[in-house]
Design a protein around this ligand. Structure first.
Ligand SMILES: Nc1ncnc2c1ncn2[C@@H]1O[C@H](COP(=O)(O)OP(=O)(O)O)[C@@H](O)[C@H]1O
Ligand SMILES: [Mg+2]
Length: 386
């Protein structure tokens, strides 16, 4: 089985490209599921078709599902839901609000990952494409189960799984399935941990970062790449969407096109050696299967291996050393040893000849200083000191 997750800033085209990819795969005979975890659920708009919270076959080999946190909790985690509801009520939160709170931030994604865990375990599909919500940190939930665990534990008075005996007593007295809820919660975390390993297995899973040739979007994509790699997820491609064609120049878009050219160059410099795929602005709203199919063709340029893990390496690495960190960057096409390395806030700027490459560091790097660097092709190592 193969898992592919699309991430990127809001509105860049994640849903569109995820749907186009899934369609393309299904058409080549791969049993494919596209799973939308975005509560805004624009996947049904893109496919121009109503979708359900269970997988539904919408074309030969193509299944689609819009994850709904309430539906998922009711179906699989009713005891956890009851437990959370009871807890919030106990803390004086009104009923309606308590219902709403049982879908805490992160629950949408958590429930999507639980579905994914089931599909993976049962081997139901050859490919699962995940159209995720526009959060830069889509996977932080999954990368740090301990943290998730701790926020869940914070929501409960009395704490800890050691409450089970007490839970059974509460169930006897009040009917609230406290002990079952705690059991369920434990299983839930086991499953999240299991699927985390699958998502971090570069033979199975990869992340595709979608972006547009625009300043803010590129910044966010770089940051996403840094964090994903830091958390141990494999990014295997960058997809540049909504590129204006040169023909727009005549229509008053000269300035935009000039900037776009600069941004496209910046993207090449910053994301290589990752494969970069490009898609033109379609000049109209994009929805419906026929157009999405064309987009899939055009995006991957007819490449037959578009479903495979296209890249499996870490072009960026941060290692802790005494007194600070070493940032390692892969610069595969660079021979020259004449660099300048500067750091502005949490960005590392490497200038090589007339090329400039900026790398987003994790935010804590704000307080680090560049102490020096070494280059041994293709690796540039920058020492950062506290
Ligand atoms: N290449 C494109 N050309 C024209 N419109 C596009 C293109 N890609 C996406 N769109 C449109 O942009 C909007 C946002 O795309 P969407 O895929 O929903 O983004 P996201 O899922 O990242 O929020 C949608 O209305 C979509 O139809
Ligand atoms: Mg979307």
């Amino acid at each position: 089985m193969r898992i592919m997750l699309f991430t990127g800033k809001g509105g860049v085209g994640k849903t569109t490209l995820a749907a186009a990819t899934a369609l393309q795969a299904a058409q080549s005979g791969t049993k494919t599921l596209i799973l939308s975890t975005d509560p805004a659920h624009s996947l049904s708009d893109a496919l121009d078709q109503e979708l359900t919270p269970e997988p539904q076959e919408i074309a030969p080999n193509l299944f689609a599902q819009e994850v709904d946190v309430y539906y998922s909790m009711k179906k699989h985690w009713e005891n956890v839901r009851q437990l959370m509801l009871a807890t919030f009520r106990f803390q004086g939160v009104e009923n309606v609000v308590a219902e709403e709170l049982s879908a805490l931030p992160g629950m949408e994604e958590a429930s999507a990952f639980l579905w994914l865990e089931e599909y993976h375990r049962e081997g139901l599909y050859d490919l699962i494409v995940i159209d995720s919500a526009p959060t830069g940190e889509t996977l932080s939930l999954l990368s740090l189960p301990q943290v998730t665990q701790s926020w869940v534990m914070k929501a409960f008075p009395g704490q800890r799984f050691a409450m089970k005996g007490f839970g059974a007593m509460v169930r006897g007295m009040t009917g609230i399935p406290l002990d079952y809820g705690l059991d369920e919660l434990e299983r839930l975390f086991d499953k999240l941990e299991r699927i985390q390993k699958v998502m971090q297995d570069p033979e199975i899973s990869s992340i595709r970062v979608v972006l547009n040739p625009e300043r803010m979007v590129i910044r966010e994509a770089k940051r996403a790449l840094t964090y994903l790699q830091l958390y141990g997820y494999n990014v295997d491609a960058v997809l540049v969407n909504r590129i204006l064609p040169e023909t727009a120049r005549a229509g008053g878009f000269e300035q935009y096109l000039d900037q776009q050219a600069d941004y496209l160059e910046e993207i090449e410099q910053s994301f290589q050696p990752l494969p970069i795929f490009k898609l033109a602005h379609q000049g109209r709203e994009v929805f419906g299967r026929p157009l999405l199919q064309e987009i899939g063709q055009s995006l991957y340029g007819g490449r037959k291996d578009f479903m495979e893990v296209l890249y499996q390496d870490k072009p960026f690495e941060l290692r802790e050393i005494t007194g600070g960190y070493t940032a390692r960057l892969k610069l595969p096409f660079v021979q020259d040893k004449d660099f300048t390395v500067n750091k502005y806030g949490d960005e590392l700027v490497v200038s090589i000849g007339n090329q400039r490459r900026t790398i987003a560091l994790p935010r804590f790097a704000n307080y680090l200083q560049v102490e020096g660097y070494t280059f041994e092709a293709p690796w540039l190592e920058v020492q950062l000191k506290r």
